[in-house]
Design a protein around this ligand. Structure first.
Ligand SMILES: [Zn+2]
Length: 258
């Protein structure tokens, strides 16, 4: 699969001499690897931001062999330009001015989200392929830019599923519940930590079925769909975040993973 801006990526590394540890640097972030003990292949999940320009970027790898020797290698990896939809809107998005109480709520949510998003768990919790949260039609893809007078007004940083209220939603993979509570814009929101810096976020739920700190298995019910928060109607917005970078959930779902 060609790597483009807005993509998640899984780096697979094999070494001629067996390694006891491996770490990486990619686009100024740490990449955390784990080894498949049967094949001795190292895997690390990462991402490329929407804002990354096409070009070649360095993946820097550092490892220690079983014999205690330090090794360092660099790989140049090409990133292409993705084609995301652009929709020209004829009317600027109007928001009703939030009142003082709502502004306080929005500010509290911001602090809470910054805190949740700053945590990076290097240990892998995910295992195997990521699976769709629900079987339904996609109503908006990742990366859609809405423009007004030629200016980008907003970029859609998730994937929308057209589901009626009350549809059971499944965890994309194994993980730990980082957040499970109502937020002003997101409505009832669940954030799962899958390890190696990867989070999945589920918004606008009518009901939350998990608690913070709880571990979930792949496909486990995390709640019911709805239209809570700032949503035009019931739907599921799923976002995937790797160390501060939103990546395309559809690409993650298509990856074949160990
Ligand atoms: Zn959405």
């Amino acid at each position: 699969m060609r790597l483009v801006n807005g993509s998640p990526v899984v780096f697979e590394v094999t070494s001629p001499s067996p390694l006891k540890s491996l770490s990486g640097k990619w686009l100024e972030h740490d990449v955390f690897f784990y080894v498949d003990s049967s094949t001795k292949v190292w895997y690390g999940i990462a991402g490329v931001s929407l804002e990354t320009h096409p070009g070649k970027y360095l993946l820097q790898l550092k490892g220690t062999t079983v014999g205690g020797k330090e090794i360092a290698v660099e790989h140049k990896i090409a990133i292409g330009a993705a084609k995301y939809p652009r929709i020209a809107v004829t009317v600027a998005k109007q928001f009703t001015e939030p009142n003082a109480e709502q502004l306080r709520e929005i500010a509290e949510d911001k602090t809470l989200k910054e805190n949740v998003f700053s945590r990076v768990n290097p240990e892998r919790e995910w295992s195997g392929n990521f699976r769709a949260p629900v079987s339904a039609q996609i109503s908006d893809v990742f990366g859609t830019a809405r423009t007004f007078n030629g200016q980008v007004q907003s970029v859609h940083q998730g994937l929308d599923y057209a589901v009626p209220e009350g549809t059971p939603l499944a965890a994309l993979n194994r993980g730990t519940v980082l957040l499970a509570q109502p937020l002003f814009f997101e409505g009832n929101c669940v954030i799962l930590d899958h390890g190696q810096g990867l989070l999945t976020i589920y918004m606008h739920l009518s009901k939350i079925a998990v608690k913070e700190g709880e571990q979930v298995t792949p496909g486990e019910k995390i709640g019911l769909s709805g239209g809570t928060g700032r949503a035009t109607g019931p739907h599921l917005h799923v976002a995937v975040r790797w160390q501060g970078i939103y990546v395309n959930p559809a690409t993650l779902l298509a990856l074949h993973l160990p």
